[in-house]
Design a protein around this ligand. Structure first.
Ligand SMILES: Cc1cc2nc3c(=O)[nH]c(=O)nc-3n(C[C@H](O)[C@H](O)[C@H](O)COP(=O)(O)OP(=O)(O)OC[C@H]3O[C@@H](n4cnc5c(N)ncnc54)[C@H](O)[C@@H]3O)c2cc1C
Length: 492
């Protein structure tokens, strides 16, 4: 099993459960403890340091249609992207009132992961045997422990799911407001239905004590501590560089080649299968390094083609996210960064009692569609009170990320050389579909958020925060200037 992330860990655990002997190999290191994370978010160390500590891969995409490059961030270590996902909430060290470019710095705060289950239609529409919703849903249930127990969900799985211990201060107001513009508010949006026009409070993945949970801790640690541990070997700090083939029967894989610590070379051979679970970017890159892919791409990269599979790396689906942000007039409790240095808040968090550090990055999710009669959503909006993107002297900021759910544009991932340590080339492809479907859907989502802002008659609190100071501005970290053009042409 190559890659100990969100896919690799549960599959390795499942194979051990069936009596197979598994070697789980991971490029990165062991997960950070909660204390490590707190050290990293303390004022002494910032986001850049955290990335340099190698818990994440970062690299830039190719230019998109308008010449923007996006930074890609994905996890590296035992647990993969579940080490960093869910809430990477960047916050400001200096109070806004004392803003100046020289005193300005930011830090990263890790939140629990959002738990959602895809719409049943997403699985059914794939049309792949055993991946329809009826086949996969039992595995979701098996994995879950809902707290409190909830109809239709599991009660004894390794992944504990519950509502945030401490919520965002504006959450109920905004939920009420969505209700006011005809959203159905559902209690449980994680049961396989994501119908347009529904909204729900987000649930989170967490451990018993209220803190984060990564895939390695959830699925692999219990095995290492059990009688089955002899069936599982975990090797970290080791990169798979090539899949090995049987020279006599060219398309039969017999093992893989690895480098530990970037230099110690070794090989492993299998009785059954090599399973690659190296993530969206790592998996196609490893296949290509092994000569599996589009022959022309491989030759361009100086890799000898072995198996012609032109689709390898070709179906990248990037979900554009456009953040519509609003400035408010007062500092919200959620945004009071003086709490960062508050030892009581830290102790409260570490003891599993919630508090300031447990406030989730997104409190709500709502689904929408450009065609109101559609049964499958085109986009979703979230709500978040503290945003990382505001290098502006405003007292508070909160926003509604607009995120496409089913973009039709496609990008690609390609190895650029035979060197396994070179980053792959990534083209996001966002908004490249010739029919303009993705632009239309993004514009519809922005239009919906504009209703949230403009309709203030039912909610004074809302009015207060959203409308007294109408210096509303747009920011997009995925769509960039393209979004501004969309808004300009189609909405304003
Ligand atoms: C910032 C962020 C926030 C997110 N938030 C959420 C959320 O709230 N909820 C949610 O459900 N999903 C979230 N996701 C998505 C989710 O984390 C991913 O979909 C999921 O982790 C993918 O699992 P994976 O196993 O395919 O890849 P990963 O979890 O990325 O694991 C791949 C592993 O393979 C390793 N690897 C790569 N190449 C090699 C190699 N050659 N040899 C050995 N090992 C290798 C990597 O180091 C990594 O550990 C988020 C993602 C990001 C980036």
């Amino acid at each position: 099993m190559i890659g100990a992330g969100n896919a690799g860990c549960p599959v390795a655990a499942g194979l051990v459960g069936q009596g197979y002997s598994v070697l789980l190999v991971e490029d990165g290191k062991a997960p950070a403890t909660e204390q490590d994370i707190l050290d990293q978010i303390s004022p002494r160390l910032g986001f850049d340091q955290w990335v340099k500590d190698s818990t994440a891969y970062t690299y830039n995409t190719d230019e998109d249609l308008l010449g923007n490059r996006q930074q890609i961030l994905h996890g590296r270590g035992l647990g993969g992207t579940t080490l960093i996902n869910g809430g990477v909430r960047e916050i400001f060290l200096q109070p806004f009132s004392s803003y100046s470019s020289s005193s300005f710095s930011d830090v990263l705060l890790l939140h629990p992961q959002l738990y959602t289950r895809p719409d049943d239609q997403d699985f059914d529409n794939w049309g792949i045997s055993f991946w329809d919703s009826a086949s996969v849903n039992p595995f979701f249930v098996e994995m879950e422990t809902y707290v409190p127990a909830t109809s239709g969900h599991g009660t004894s799985g390794p992944v504990r799911i519950q509502a945030p211990l401490t919520s965002q201060s504006l959450e109920d107001d905004i939920l009420g407001f969505l209700e006011g513009i005809d959203f159905d508010i559902v209690d449980d949006g994680t049961s396989g239905s994501a119908a347009p026009g529904t909204a729900f409070k987000v649930k989170y993945v967490r451990q018993e004590n209220g803190q984060r949970l990564d895939a390695f801790t959830a699925f692999i640690v219990p095995i290492l501590e059990s009688v089955s541990s002899s069936l599982l070997t975990v090797v970290s700090n080791t990169r798979a560089t090539e899949i090995l083939f049987n020279e006599g029967t060219p398309n039969v894989v017999i093992g893989a080649h690895f480098l530990t610590g970037g230099k110690n070379s070794w090989r492993a051979f299998v009785n059954h299968e090599v399973i690659i679970s190296a993530g969206t970017f790592g998996t196609p890159k490893l296949l290509q390094l092994s000569g599996i892919g589009a022959s022309a791409d491989l030759v361009n990269a100086g890799i000898t083609p072995r198996v012609s599979l032109p689709q390898v790396g070709k179906n990248l689906i990037a979900r554009p996210l456009s953040l519509l942000a609003f400035s408010g007039t007062e500092l919200l409790p959620d945004q009071d960064i003086s709490q960062l240095a508050n030892t009581t808040a830290i102790e409260q968090f570490l003891s599993g009692a919630g508090g300031w550090y447990s406030i989730p990055i997104d409190g709500l999710i709502g689904f929408g569609a450009t065609n109101p009669a559609a049964s499958l959503s085109d986009f979703m909006i979230q709500f978040t009170t503290v945003q990382p993107f505001f290098y502006l002297p405003i007292p508070t900021a909160f926003g509604f990320p607009c995120l496409l759910n089913h973009p039709v544009s496609r990008g690609f991932v390609t190895a650029v050389s035979a060197n396994p340590f070179d980053d792959p080339r990534v083209f996001s492809g966002i908004f490249t579909d010739t029919e303009g479907v993705d632009l239309t859907n993004m514009a519809a989502c922005i239009s919906l958020v504009s209703r949230v802002r403009n309709n203030n008659k039912n909610c004074f609190y809302f009015y207060y925060y959203f409308c007294l100071q109408p210096s509303f501005f747009l920011f997009s970290f995925s769509a960039g200037r393209l979004l501004l053009q969309v808004v300009w042409k189609r909405w304003l």
